[in-house]
Design a protein around this ligand. Structure first.
Ligand code: PHE
Length: 451
């Protein structure tokens, strides 16, 4: 079954492709906004601690499962224990739910890049530009289709020729651009207050919600619990160190999120005169506030183009990994060719993406459980299905196949230094934390308790 599967040429290709999946809108848009909302420095600190414990253990487990089985997510669970085949199906559904709405947002980013590149940046700074654009029926759909087409082209070229090649170029560019813009922003007048807010942990701002928000962000940001890392692991050669790869991916993901915060939080302070409320805008923060920032900056149009190009590249590498995961499931399970699988995925994207896009405009009155389409898909995947998958993964690894079997897989390519940490997190720490996230996110999703 695993014949004709692509493979990564080595550690660098693997790390860049996995980091490409992890680094996306979650880092550039969601992380800074959450950091701002949940107390700046204290959120950052909690996030970092969770990354090196929880994130490390779950990502290692997923990559090791994938490589051990040599199959994408549906086959991998069945291969390791027949009773857990259902896990493959749940984790396969998650990327199918995320990809369509992710592409809608990717389309918005593409539109902003286009607006800046064609000299429309003056209009993009108006307060209503974002809402006027996203509520139109046709135009956002066209950008959504462009975004899906860009993703599909890379996936069609296959793993090593497509995903790996694109990631190898995109990721280093992304790192350089993020650092460049954040340094630029830090030197803006008034930005220093924001830098302080972002970097100094204020214990009085700590609460359970800080931990829960940081943990939810961790799932999303590291692309764990949706079969993506299992699929990538199945393409990984046995002599590449899983532990070192995970470390590098974490550095990439957390580093980019850190600099994204440093680029956005101080900028908002600088341009709102220190008004902390301006930090709480969510989606608006990136699309509404930053163009204003670019407008008053010297060379702002150039900065705007650079920034939205950066976000587009990051979003694309993530959407490529989502599509790749689904395509590889269709290839393995249904024996379909790559082209056919891609076509089916595009069909799913249209089916779920069109309502997500129209939900910001003419369909905004239609609600599922009180959510508009896009928010509903986001909630179901990130706040319900991903914690469930993560929890069952921990039980599966900790108590069914036992950590030992994955430790052996990791040790195929050298010693596993953080073995004890891995076992403790998988068996005890992670399951307890995940149950907490799950309860809180469901309560907050139904408006009983807001995180
Ligand atoms: N991890 C990506 C980000 O931070 C988002 C993503 C989620 C990518 C799920 C793939 C799968 O934006």
């Amino acid at each position: 079954m695993s014949n004709n599967r692509g493979s990564f040429s080595g550690k660098i290709g693997f790390v860049l492709a996995a980091a490409g999946s992890a680094v996306g809108l979650g880092n550039l848009w969601r992380f800074p906004y959450l950091a701002a909302q949940y107390g700046g420095g204290i959120f950052l600190l909690v996030y970092l601690i969770l990354t090196i414990t929880f994130g490390f253990a779950l990502m290692t487990a997923e990559i090791a499962i994938g490589r051990k089985a040599g199959l994408s997510v549906v086959g991998a669970y069945r291969y390791l224990d027949k009773r857990f085949s259902f896990m493959g199906y749940i984790s396969a559904i998650i990327p199918m739910i995320i990809l369509p709405y992710y592409s809608v947002i990717g389309g918005w980013v593409t539109k902003y890049l286009f607006a800046f590149a064609t000299g429309d940046s003056k209009e993009a700074i108006s307060d209503t530009y974002f809402s006027t654009f996203t509520s139109k029926p046709i135009e956002p759909l066209i950008w959504f289709l462009i975004f899906i087409a860009l993703t599909a082209i890379v996936v069609l070229f296959g793993v090593d020729k497509g995903v790996e090649r694109v990631s190898k170029v995109m990721m280093p560019v992304l790192v350089v651009l993020t650092i460049f813009i954040s340094i630029y922003t830090m030197f803006l007048p008034g930005a220093l207050e924001g830098v302080k807010y972002y970097l100094t942990p204020d214990i009085s701002k700590f609460s359970v919600k800080t931990v829960l928000a940081a943990m939810g962000q961790l799932f999303y940001s590291m692309s764990i619990s949706m079969g993506i890392m299992i699929t990538f692991g199945s393409y990984l050669k046995k002599d590449v160190s899983i532990e070192k790869s995970v470390k590098s991916i974490e550095w990439f993901d957390t580093g980019i999120a850190f600099f994204a915060g440093l680029m956005i939080v101080p900028a908002v302070f600088a341009f709102s005169g220190g008004n902390e409320e301006a930090l709480g805008q969510g989606p608006g923060l990136m699309f509404v506030t930053l163009p204003k920032v670019f407008d008053v900056m010297a060379g702002g149009t150039f900065m705007g183009i650079t920034f939205f190009l950066l976000v587009l590249l990051a979003a694309l590498t993530s959407s490529i990994s989502l599509m790749e995961t689904i395509v590889s499931i269709f290839q393995d399970k249904l024996g379909l060719g790559r082209k056919m699988s891609c076509l089916i995925v595009i069909g799913i994207c249209l089916l779920l993406g069109i309502p997500s896009s129209l939900g910001s405009g003419i369909w905004s009155e239609i609600k599922i459980l009180g959510f508009q389409f896009l928010d509903f898909f986001d909630f179901i995947s990130n706040s319900v299905l991903m914690p469930i998958v993560a929890l069952i993964t921990c039980i599966f690894v900790g108590y069914i196949i036992k950590p030992k079997s994955l430790i052996e897989e990791v040790e195929l390519s050298g010693p596993f230094k953080r073995k004890n940490l891995f076992v403790i997190v998988i068996k005890y720490f992670a399951p307890v934390c995940i149950v907490l996230i799950l309860i809180s996110s469901i309560l907050s999703g139904f408006g009983i308790w807001s995180i």
